[in-house]
Design a protein. Sequence first.
Length: 393
Amino acid sequence: MRLLTLTTLYPNAEQINHGIFVETRLRFLLTSGQVEAKVMAPVPWFPLKNKRFGRYASFARVPASDQRSDISITHPRYALIPKIGMYLTPFLMAQSLKGKIAKLIESGHDFDLIDAHYFYPDGVAAMLLGKHFNKPVVITARGTDINVIAQTGLAKKMVLWAVKNASAVITVCQALKDELVKLGASADKITPLRNGVDLSRFYPAERDQIRAELGLTDFTLLTVGSLTTHKGHDLVIQALALLPGVHLMIAGSGPEDQNLRQLAAQLGVTDRIKFLGSVAQKELFRYYNAADVMVLASSREGWANVLLESMACGTPVISSNVGGSSEVITAPDAGVLLAERSAQHIAAAVQHLQSRSPTRAATRAYAEKFSWDDTTEGQLRLFKAILHGDSTC
């Protein structure tokens, strides 16, 4: 089977962790030996590369093509009009990709199916292109695309149009399927296929040695994620103020960096926090191994990969009950699912794990149930059924 994977959520030279979960799912799919794939990961057009233009300049610095894990990737540009262009973006993206896809086909690199990730604008654009080139389209819902963008207005109508016209829809958790159905999508069209965890990249390592290298001696929490308001790092910092002697590492970068530092200073916990900045995925396993608990306090998620990554390293987790988190944390060996998203409940969960933490071996064994094998098999079944004309997909 020949796939064209189309998504703006894919790692590149400027954003090394961006959409890493899409790349990982594709890597495991390719190891089946039953699929070939090319990746088209469009980025917004911007003329200047100077860093003073912020994230727009970073788009300009992304190379036109790249190779990662033996996968060929192209980064075509599309017009993105700030603020006022949200409803135009799927059409502008599709229009900019038509010529690129036509050249791909003409050069002998035709494909059987468009594998799109993230519903808006990516999935809508993919559906427009699928109609233009007469190709079946499968769209994977990831989280914010459904929980936020698709909730109102024209975006909701376009997402539901894409669902109706797609050959199939994948959601990364049952909760996202339920939300799509609530919006008006047909349940029969939707298949939940959860993300897995790469057990060869995330594993228990020499914990004492890593902690010594990082200078850790006390009970230490870890949070991983972009420094944005919905990730809830502020709640974890507030919880830290209720936990004398506990330390915190924060892995991530983003617009809330200074606000979080100011909050730490106000609460008098600056000396117990390490801001790590953006950490490459291949380095994250050291911090997972070093931590005693990983905390995710998000207000919204699709399927939070960081939970499984931490558990695969033997480190239990604490998570707010959002998105697919209740599908990840189903036993004490995994950690604690918060009854309430608050600093007080985070602090209580930390104290619980301080006194009654599962063994690291038990947490690792729990994570091993979430390999990518089932997800890969599910994709193969779905793609084969579509290409063989199964109308039930």
